[in-house]
Design a binder for this molecule. Sequence first.
Ligand code: 0A1
Ligand code: ZN
Length: 884
Amino acid sequence: MRDATPGAIYLADYRAPDFLINRTELHFHLGEEETIVTSRLHLLRSCEVDGTPPLVLNGQDMELLQVSIDNEPLAPEAFEVNDDTLVIADVPEQCVLSCRTRIRPQDNTSLEGLYRSHSMYCTQCEAEGFRKITYYLDRPDVMSVFTVTIEADPDQFPVLLSNGNLFASTTLDNGLQQVTWHDPFPKPSYLFALVAGDLEHVEDTFTTAGGREVTLRIYVEPKDLGKCAHAMDSLKRSMRWDEEVFGREYDLDIFNVVAVDDFNMGAMENKSLNIFNTSCVLCDPDITTDQGYQRVESIVAHEYFHNWSGNRVTCRDWFQLSLKEGFTVFRDAEFSADMGSRTVKRVEDVSLLRTAQFTEDAGPMAHPVRPDSYIEINNFYTATVYEKGAEVVRMIHTLLGPERFRSGSDLYFQRHDGQAVTCEDFLCAMEDASGVDLTQFRRWYAQAGTPQLRVRDRYDADARTYTLEFSQSCPPTPGQPQKQPVVIPCAMGLLGDAGNLPLRLRGEPVDAETADNTHRVLIIDQPSQEFVFENVAERPVPSLLRGFSAPVRLDYPYSREALCQLMSRDDDGFVRWDSAQTLAVQVISEVQEQLATGQAASVDDMLLAACAQLLEDATLDPAMVAEMLTLPSENYLAELAGEGAADVEAIHAARRAVQQAIGRELAGPLLARYRELEVTGDYAPSGEQIAARSLRNLCLGYLAGADAQHLALAAGQFAAADNLTDRLAALRVLACHGSEADWQQPLSRFYSDWQHEALAVNHWLTTQAMMPDAGVIARVRELMQHPAFDLRNPNKVRSLVGGFAGHNPLNFHRADGEGYRLLREAVAELNGINPQIAARLLAPLTRWRYYRGRADLMRAELEKLAGMEDLSPDVYEVVTKSLQ
Ligand code: 0A1
Ligand code: ZN
């Protein structure tokens, strides 16, 4: 909590540590009332240091019982303890420093450091949680070899885990169980982990390419033992894939995963002891949706891949967070693309980027992929660091090509194994291995904001030339009024009447490789630039930014005819989807104008015909058809409207009118697809079944949204479903399009059937938070008092309050400000419980500049938060930056 205004930390102030810790020995006595932690830190003054600087250790929320140097207890005047440091003025060049501290994990609601979740103890140390466990140099560039001893009552805590290999295990004279773990790989404190609990595990093995047999274990509460198979399979697939695609092998004989119900994020890559939010590891057809299965696979992979990109090579400081996160998200995205449909994966990722990251980049918290400053590092686990960071790595992959990218990655791991490094080191490895100069490309790491790529074209029929004119710009962001041009790889092709045209670019040498193909990557690195294509027989439609080759906003004045052509005939699946999105955006905004001027909604036949074509073409992948038929979200439409221009009610009405027109006009084909796509046989999270269910449930939504008669289909599906995907899709259709008589009974049925499964109940909470009816705010408030809800459990908070504020724009932005009030009250309460979650939950209020007629109401709630006493640095940073 704050006793003074929290200050910012700057990258420019980075200094190497004065002391190193070669070895770290920790002893934990886990008791009923308190936990006693004893550390022995083998310290060494850095040889780069002049003089004898004091030793400044980080530590928070604990009681220091004793401190000694080389076994000699220090007198009280030899050290100074305050709220977050222990300072010892006089420390020998080399010594063993020992601290004994008392902590109370059972009272730790922040879920950082050591805390209790149900009956187990576990840790979360990234980014700065270790300092709540013991006094330490809690910074990622201090890497140490850890030996950890844990003592606890074996009846309560039969399982005691830490990083590395089990070294010893005994029963002490007092009946306590004592185990010792040793991790041979030096690591920063943020990768330390400890787990104690009454857990059971499933076990498997994996043999690495080099012949090492690795024991794989997933630890869960006994009731969840049957829900680990999918995660285990995903882990084995990830291990094999990382060997094959990145040449990375696992390096210990054991790899443990633990599932925890109270967890701030998705999962954590602690060395050989990954800790997962239960929602990201447990799978069962009745508690996990198809998307949930896919998410588990990708998060298991993500955490596993961190073993190299994050653990063996880690970050020098937290400004370099994207070094491990951007690279690892890129790696997990490639893995998922290889496991399923590459195009569908790309579409999902770009949708997320455009909604979450573009909004962040256009708002008050905008920051570069490598930020220059922060107040609270926990606020920087963002879509920009993760998702835009991954896009930046993807662009390097595009610029270098797959082989040279792989050489760059090999060089990076070889050169920096065991080190804590920077984004600059990553770029240097990529340059050195490939010979490609990335000087200008570095701006992607330093500049915030989403660049805009404006494209105009000319066709000269006489000269048979087609010219593309590009210009780029980037709007100002906080602290960065002026931007420099970045390097934008624009993958493209040209679509003619009979398909994609062969390309010949003026000035390009004609050789076998470039002579007659239909795809190019143009490099846009100037404020404006022209490319001339020769021998172009007809005016083409440009297919631009294929595969979303750069994280930019594309501005090209596509006609609806051109969009329909791209949608149905372009070679690139991403462009086909993106054209469908652009067409839908155009049609929705046209309807919005019609409604605003008192006309009836009239939905362009061209959109309806394009949708009909998609529905009727049995050769297409149903998953892709479902993506193409999904209308842009209300949040995305609001963001496109621009600052001061988003009218939530008008957007909702227009989108709904288009949705209803599709449901009404295409009822025949929708119903036909709905019937034909029914999956028979047992549930499996296979690509084929997932694709069928996604399109089928989308059809159901359109049908019931347009005609109440079809609600019966949803009711039937709800009753008959043998899996959560179909059950929940039907429930959501009833809750969204039906009246109380339609949803009342199924909602209570769902709860009574699944109340024993927290993860299923979370979906039940979200379903109710997203309902469009006016009673939703009262319902959310009521649910916050429901026994199934718990403000201390982040999954519940995200499901209910996050679901409401983030995914129910119509009611969150209600004109009377009640939605904003609800969110502010929840954030205010959470501020004292779990500041990290409080700050994250606040994001929808920070977008106040967008909403016409709502800005004052939204600001007023932010101001109330700003005026609170005891504001955490987390919430303080988000509130003050968004009010600036
Ligand atoms: N490094 C993890 C994410 C993570 C970050 C912070 C946490 O607590 C503040 C927890 C987990 C990952 O990328 O998966
Ligand atoms: Zn990560």
